[in-house]
Write a protein that binds this ligand. Structure first.
Ligand code: RB5
Length: 157
C-alpha cells in the first residue's frame, strides 16, 4: 500500500518509528514532513499535505502525528475526500477502518505510547472495511464534502 505520512515537531520522532514499521511491513512510504526535528512548525501544513496526497490518489492511506493527533486530523479533514480519525488504541483504530472507512489515521505522540500506536496501526491495516449500513454513512460524509465546499459561483464576489 502507498502510505503518506506527516507530522509536526511534536510528532516527528513517532513518525520516524512508524515509517520504519510501515516499510518493514512492505508498504511504500512517502514522507510529507516535517523533516526538521526540533524546529517548531504548524500542524495544519502537514495535515493538509497528507490529506491532499490521499484525496489526490498519490497514497491509499495517510498517517499523521502531532502532540495529540487532534490538530493534524482537523487539518486533514478539511480536504474533501479525507476521512481522518484520531485513534488511541487497537479498538479505536479497528473501528475507524471497519465502520468509518478512515483513510487517514492520526495519533498523538504526547498522549499514546509508541507500542500502543504501532499495535493500533497494525490493527487498522489488518481490519476490513465493513459495508452494508456503513456505506450509507460514508456516502453522507461524501455528500457533506460536496455540499459544504463553495461552488465557483458562490466564491465569486
Ligand atoms: C504542538 O505544540 C501541539 O500543539 C500540536 O502538536 C498538537 O498537539 C495540536 O493538536
Amino acid at each position: 500500500m502507498r502510505v503518506a505520512v506527516g507530522s509536526d515537531h511534536a510528532g516527528f520522532d513517532l513518525k520516524e518509528v512508524l515509517k520504519s514499521e510501515l516499510a518493514a511491513w512492505g508498504h511504500d512510504v512517502a514522507d510529507h514532513g516535517t523533516l526538521e526535528p526540533g524546529v517548531a512548525v504548524d500542524y495544519p501544513d502537514f495535515g493538509e499535505a497528507v490529506g491532499r496526497a490521499v484525496a489526490g490518489g498519490l497514497a491509499e492511506l495517510g498517517v499523521c502525528v502531532c502532540g495529540t493527533g487532534n490538530g493534524i486530523a482537523m487539518a486533514a479533514n478539511k480536504v474533501p475526500g479525507v476521512r481522518a480519525a484520531v485513534v488511541h488504541d487497537v479498538t479505536t483504530a479497528t473501528l475507524a477502518r471497519r465502520h468509518n472507512h478512515a483513510n487517514v489515521v492520526c495519533v498523538g505522540a504526547r498522549t499514546t505510547g509508541t507500542t500502543v500506536v504501532v499495535d493500533a496501526l497494525a490493527a487498522f491495516l489488518g481490519a476490513p472495511e465493513e459495508h452494508g449500513r456503513h456505506d450509507v454513512r460514508i456516502a453522507k460524509l461524501a455528500g457533506l464534502d460536496r455540499e459544504l465546499v463553495p461552488t465557483p459561483a458562490e466564491g465569486t464576489p
